[in-house]
Design a binder for this molecule. Structure first.
Ligand code: GLA
Length: 358
């Protein structure tokens, strides 16, 4: 064979290989955006940056855009970390999801500070503070953040309770949810606005979420859709459970974002929470059997997501690799969770190939 022919054959082989192995964002270009949550420290981590640029079309700040981090002191803002992260994403041509404007956790207490005469602030005063915060934050990121998780986790896990008991519900009843959406829409009428929560695959909590979204829609509140957190595992959801969830939500005529996907290899804790059982069944090794079960589960879940590409706009993984998952560092955590598509050395796992090659 002549030298030229060998070179042509090699080039064909290389490009065929590249075509056979699409990256995540290439594989899903005609379906939905594929995102990842990132710590602010990514701006100093070249190795992770290369992987993030290659694989993902959307990013979410893991922490640095939460109220406690953006405005620990009333009227003061610390935008630098988020701005650097966003600059990086923009230089990669990635979209940015904003997470989150109102949450009961990782939120400063100043929203509820007493009035100058020492009284508990009225609902109107709290709303005034919330409006200023949302206008300042959404205004700052306007044009760069395309979608916001406006309210995070406001629904209760208790069967006989609708709203989670929090300082927000204590001071403002149910209306803080509606107000947060109104303020966000005023500040950026072009941004997509989501209500975000976990345990959506469970019928009782899902019914409450559907009730909330329906009531916001009935009042003309500008809500684009639901963020489904998706801290799941290798046994849950099952295909019927996931299909039923999406079918029921579809009726609301909203968009869905899968906002915090990870599939831990332990199956003994509910909704990602640590239980006594978690300790007894802690896992330390990512065995070939676990790898296969996880790959099967990821494969099934993405197969369902692809079927619903008309309503799913974004699927975001919560953290980049098994080396830095929040699940391993939760308070009281034991063992390992191995929940993502990349191992601690950032190498693609079996599940990655099943998700990208379908
Ligand atoms: C929730 C929040 C996220 C993140 C995870 C765990 O799901 O929405 O912002 O804090 O918990 O880290």
């Amino acid at each position: 064979m002549s030298k030229t022919r060998i070179i042509i054959a090699l080039c064909l082989l290389i490009s065929a290989n590249a075509m056979a192995k699409p990256t995540l964002k290439q594989a899903y270009a005609n379906y939905f955006d594929i995102g990842v949550s990132l710590p602010a420290s990514i701006v100093n981590d070249k190795k992770s940056q290369t992987l993030v640029a290659r694989e993902f079309s959307s990013i979410t700040a893991e922490n640095c855009m939460k109220p406690l981090l953006l405005s620990p002191i009333k009227g003061e803002y610390e935008f630098a970390a988020a701005d650097s992260l966003i600059d990086l994403a923009i230089s990669n041509g990635q979209k940015i999801r904003g997470h989150a404007l109102l949450w009961h956790f990782q939120s400063p207490d100043w929203f509820f500070d007493p009035t100058p005469d020492g009284n508990k602030p009225s609902k109107e005063i709290v709303f005034g503070r919330l409006r200023t915060y949302i206008h300042d934050v959404v205004g700052h990121f306007k044009g760069r953040v395309y979608a916001w998780d406006v309210v995070n986790e406001a629904i209760s896990d208790n069967v006989d309770e609708f709203l989670r008991a929090s300082k927000w519900s204590e001071h403002c009843g149910e209306d803080f949810i509606m107000k947060a959406f109104e303020y966000a829409h005023e500040a950026d009428p072009d941004a997509e606005l989501y209500y975000n929560d976990y345990s959506v695959i469970y019928p009782i909590k899902r019914a409450k979420i559907i009730k909330l979204i329906s009531s916001l829609q009935a009042r003309g509140i500008p809500i684009t859709g639901l963020g489904i957190q998706a801290h799941w595992n290798i046994a849950e959801p099952t295909r019927p459970q996931l299909v039923e969830t999406i079918e029921q939500l579809k009726v609301l005529n909203i968009k869905l974002h899968i906002t915090e996907l990870d599939l831990r290899v332990t199956t003994s804790s509910l909704g990602g929470q640590i239980t006594a059982d978690t300790r007894a069944k802690a896992i330390y090794d990512f065995t070939p059997e676990l790898s296969k079960r996880q790959a099967d589960q990821y494969d099934m879940i993405f197969d369902v997501f692809r079927q619903y590409k008309d309503i799913i706009g974004n699927v975001t993984f919560w953290c980049l690799s098994d080396g830095n998952t929040w699940l391993d560092v939760r308070w009281n955590s034991v063992g390992k969770n191995f929940p993502l598509l990349f191992d601690p050395e950032l190498k693609p796992k079996e599940a990655y190939y099943r998700v990208t090659q379908f």
